[in-house]
Write a protein that binds this ligand. Structure first.
Ligand code: NAD
Length: 359
């Protein structure tokens, strides 16, 4: 039987709890994986004084596949996001996040089955920022004022939003190829081209041009604020949303809310030869170490990983067992329960999934 070598980053916060349960669920599918466990985030600072040690980067470079838990990013100060750094280092330009309603999830909706395909490298996430008051910031402000003839207040910080033709072409083509491969019918491009003509306008132009190569897939576009409202009113009308980085991030949480919460929303980051699978949610520090959070997003990220390595039978078995446990409702975590009620523990939910698979 084939054995895979895969990098595992438990991350921090709730990461170690949900990755441990996920590891056991994968083992119960029968797929053989030799995990190379690496640190990133808070445990890596404690051990290596570096939130993203070289060993971790080298392991991913070598194994090319990584299952990752969430990693905390300090807000406003401290080191930059390790999640964003990993995407940049390995050129993981496409983030794929499926949102599906599982019967038994706490949601008003049914029949949602949509996928956000988010550009992962550009936009306001490019990390090009100028801090208030620094000499280089004042130089940038002066240059912008000189070239644009628009005054910017000198007490401003600046974040740059680059969107390129090449980056947009890559992600939009990825979205159409994904549609074809997964027998999906429609791609909707998200933008704010009415306001940001040279960035979002470019993204929209490129989307229209690429769409012309895929006459078998329907194409439309939506302005991001309108899209937010439509997703709340009629999410069933949408299939694949292809988004620049920031809109993809925000709409992902909106869609997670539609299907029952962040605990049910997995993600995959793909480059040309490396893929990292992770939940959409963060490290939820207030729940860390309490064994109460929902492991489903991490488990569904593992389902995406199993499909990526073409272990499709195992992937289906794991997803079906998870869906059964959610529908059954006897072993689900707090976020499936009425507000203010506690649920079963992370490990109890994991054990119920394993029991369903090996019955
Ligand atoms: P979060 O996603 O960690 O948590 C927000 C809330 O969502 C939680 O308080 C909880 O109520 C709920 N939630 C999240 N995951 C859950 C689960 N598995 N089960 C049940 N409920 C769950 O968002 P945050 O509090 O804004 O971010 C915390 C940290 O995580 C920040 O440092 C942030 O930068 C980081 N983050 C990391 C990633 C990543 O690793 N890819 C993604 C997003 C945020």
């Amino acid at each position: 039987m084939k054995k895979y070598k895969i990098t595992l980053i438990p991350g921090d916060g709730i990461g170690p709890e949900i990755t441990e349960v996920t590891k056991r669920c994968i083992e119960a599918t029968g797929v053989k994986i030799e995990w190379e466990q690496c640190e990133a985030g808070i445990p890596a600072i404690e051990k290596f004084n570096d939130p993203l040690p070289r060993e971790t980067i080298e392991s991913i470079r070598k194994n090319k596949i990584c299952l990752k838990g969430p990693i905390t990013t300090p807000v406003g100060t401290g080191y930059r996001s390790i999640n964003v750094a990993l995407r940049q280092i390995f050129n993981l330009y496409a983030c794929v996040r499926p949102f599906k309603v599982y019967q038994g999830a706490r949601t008003f909706y049914k029949d949602i089955d949509l996928v956000i395909i988010r550009e992962n490298m550009e936009d306001l996430y490019a990390g090009i920022e100028f801090e208030i008051g620094k000499p280089e910031t004042l130089e940038v402000l002066e240059t912008i004022t000189r070239l644009s003839k628009k005054e910017i207040s000198r007490d401003s910080g600046i974040s740059i939003k680059p969107i390129s033709i090449s980056g947009s072409e890559k992600i939009v083509r990825f979205a159409f190829e994904y549609a074809r491969k997964n027998k999906r019918k429609k791609v909707t491009a998200i933008h704010k081209a009415n306001i940001m003509k040279f960035t979002d306008g470019l993204f929209l132009d490129v989307s229209r041009k690429i769409a012309a190569d895929y006459s078998d897939v329907e194409f439309e576009d939506r302005i991001v604020d309108n899209m937010a409202m439509q997703l709340v009113q009629k999410p069933q009308k949408y299939d694949i949303l292809v988004c620049p980085n920031l809109y993809g991030d925000i709409l992902s949480d909106l869609c997670a809310g539609l299907v029952g919460g962040l605990g049910l929303s997995p993600g995959a980051n793909y480059g040309d030869d490396v893929a990292i699978f992770e939940p959409t949610h963060g490290s939820a520090p207030k729940y860390a170490g309490k064994n109460v959070v929902n492991p489903s997003a991490q488990i569904l990220a593992a389902v995406l990983m199993l499909r990526y390595i073409e272990e499709n039978i195992a992937a289906t078995k794991l997803e079906e067992a998870l869906a059964w446990v959610i529908k059954d409702g006897k072993y689900t975590t707090y976020d499936f329960m009425p507000e203010g009620t506690s649920g079963k523990s992370t490990t109890e939910m994991g054990e119920a999934i394993i029991k369903r698979m090996v019955r």
